[in-house]
Design a protein around this ligand. Structure first.
Ligand code: ZN
Length: 536
């Protein structure tokens, strides 16, 4: 639809965190971290391990059922840890296991203490000890620990760095929409330490190995967080899928309806199944923008309601059913991107119960915004934001584990493409930096604890992409950490957000939860630190 990707719109405008009561949420010099003691390395060995904190037990502490779809987890670990094909989460970081004296003895490079370290099983008072970029030990909060740098967060929470597996960076080719430098700074400011970049809207789209090389060259040296890449499945590139997989993409995105950019056409039924058969041969993952084009229409007018009517929930449900059938028939793994319509939950749940290898995600805007709140084209995305009852059902789908990931679908454009006419405006929402507080604001009102939020925004996406060293605080995992004040509030000011074009539907909203500091593999990431994110 429109000259712009129906599926991913962009926003003109505003959106970023502005100072809230209690101080600027995203200080230019990040570490607004309480009580830092630098350089006080002393030589005592680490204190005794907390009686209730056994490394191995922590690793095993994942709450059962919290991250279903083990089948979809890590098929490859890219040197980050043992490769898992059964989906179970294992100790990452090659060769280093909890209990290894080398890990648990000091001195460390960094120790971060918090009375509220958010682990898979709940919150604990701990000291997280880091060496060589990896979490080396989980010690009692008040343990003696020799370290080059020590930080005490007190009651401020320590979360695992979030993993956002759905980000459109658009560089090269449409860098004026969004680039690696700006997107990854926004990610870091929002507590996201790993992103997986979508294969379209940049030029060339990532549909063969040469294009992946162009992408990686464009990203090199610019990334403030770790970045991985999805490949694309389009008509005619079936022969490119295996080489792309071998070159390191985490899976393949396809559309069933027009993508909004002509260089990334959709797959028809025959093409979808052919691609999934190819992926099944190497246990690849297909991630699908699922709207059935047969049920989409051109909006009859410029209003949001007319746009919404043109993309009914039934179009999503019908497409989801097609993907499920293809996954069932081919044996390939499939993942439904940005579920907007609650009508998709029933077929997804049934398929998962039957053992079909299909998982699904939704996005902050579907969980926190409603059609009645839409004020302008910065709210336009495909599939669209629907009504309040639908939103409530999506929360139920998350709580039940049918949906396992909450990711941004950050898909910016320049403001001029966000025309006031909803029929023609670019579809795509910019929210990478504010997804965590947006979700936390809504989750806490609905009674979901932070540990669930980290399942949806860190562990779930890490499992989807196959990144066992990411998305959780555990011995052997990468020391990607976020200080998060879960009670502070701030009002989003688009102009202060780090992404390139200052548009977001969250502009002016007051949210709860402020990211105070972000560490990537044990090193603080601030606006002034040179980018040291890795290309995964
Ligand atoms: Zn997208």
């Amino acid at each position: 639809m429109s000259a712009t990707d129906p599926a991913r719109p962009t926003a003109p405008g505003p959106a970023q965190a502005s100072s809230a009561p209690g101080g600027p949420p995203f200080p230019a010099e990040r570490p607004a971290v309480p009580s830092r003691t630098d350089g006080a390395a002393h030589s005592q060995p680490d204190g005794p391990t907390h009686p209730g904190v056994e490394g191995p037990a922590l690793l095993a502490a994942d709450s059962p059922g919290s991250v279903p779809a083990p089948r979809l987890a890590a098929s490859r670990a890219r040197g980050l840890g043992p490769s898992r094909t059964d989906g179970s989460e294992a100790a990452p970081a090659g060769g280093r296991q909890p209990g290894d004296p080398h890990l648990e003895a000091g001195p460390f490079d960094l120790v971060v203490r918090s009375r509220r370290v958010v682990l898979p099983g709940g919150e604990r008072a701990l000291a997280v000890a880091v060496r060589d970029g990896v979490i080396a030990a989980l010690l009692p909060y008040d343990a003696e620990a020799s370290a080059a740098e020590r930080v005490d967060l007190g009651q401020v929470c320590l979360l695992p760095g979030l993993v956002d597996s759905h980000v459109h960076v658009n560089e090269p080719g449409r860098t004026h929409w969004e680039g690696f430098a700006t997107a990854t700074r926004a990610a870091a400011a929002g507590g996201v330490t790993t992103i997986i970049d979508m294969p379209l809207n940049s030029l060339p789209p990532t549909v063969d190995v040469a294009a992946l090389a162009v992408k990686r060259a464009a990203a090199a040296g610019k990334c403030a967080v770790d970045v991985g890449f999805w490949g694309g499945a389009i008509p005619g590139n079936a022969a490119e899928l295996r080489p792309l997989h071998e070159a390191g993409v985490y899976g393949f995105k396809c559309f069933l309806s027009p993508s909004g950019v002509e260089e990334f056409p959709p797959l028809d039924e025959t093409g979808l199944r052919a691609a999934m058969r190819e992926l099944a041969a190497f246990d690849g993952l297909m991630v699908v923008h699922a709207e059935d084009p047969a049920l989409l229409t051109d909006p009859v007018g410029p209003t949001y309601r007319q746009f919404l009517d043109s993309r009914p929930g039934e179009a999503e449900r019908r497409a989801v059913e097609r993907v499920i059938a293809a996954a069932r028939d081919t044996g390939a793994r499939a993942h439904i991107l940005h579920v907007s319509a609650a009508a998709c939950l029933e077929p997804l749940e049934a398929a998962q119960r039957d053992g079909v290898r299909v998982s699904a995600e939704t996005c902050p805007h579907y969980l926190t915004l409603t059609a009645g709140q839409v004020r302008g084209p910065e709210f336009k995305c495909c599939p669209p934001i629907r009504d309040e009852g639908n939103r409530d059902e999506l929360w139920q789908g998350l709580a039940a584990g049918v949906l396992t990931c909450v990711v941004s679908d950050h898909s910016p454009s320049t403001p001029d493409l966000k025309t006031p006419d909803f029929a023609t405006a670019w579809g795509g929402i910019s929210s990478l930096q504010v997804g965590l507080p947006a979700i936390w604001t809504e989750a806490r009102e609905r009674g979901h604890p932070l540990t669930r939020v980290t399942e949806w925004m860190a562990r779930g996406p890490a499992a989807l992409a196959g990144l066992p060293a990411k998305g959780r605080i555990a011995v052997g995992a990468d020391a990607d950490l976020v200080a998060f004040d879960d009670t502070a509030a701030f009002t989003v000011d688009a102009a202060e957000l780090r992404h390139r074009n200052p548009l977001t539907p969250y502009h002016g909203r007051t949210l709860t939860g402020v990211v105070g500091a972000t560490w990537l593999r044990g090193r603080p990431v601030t606006d002034s630190t040179p980018p040291f994110g890795a290309l995964l």
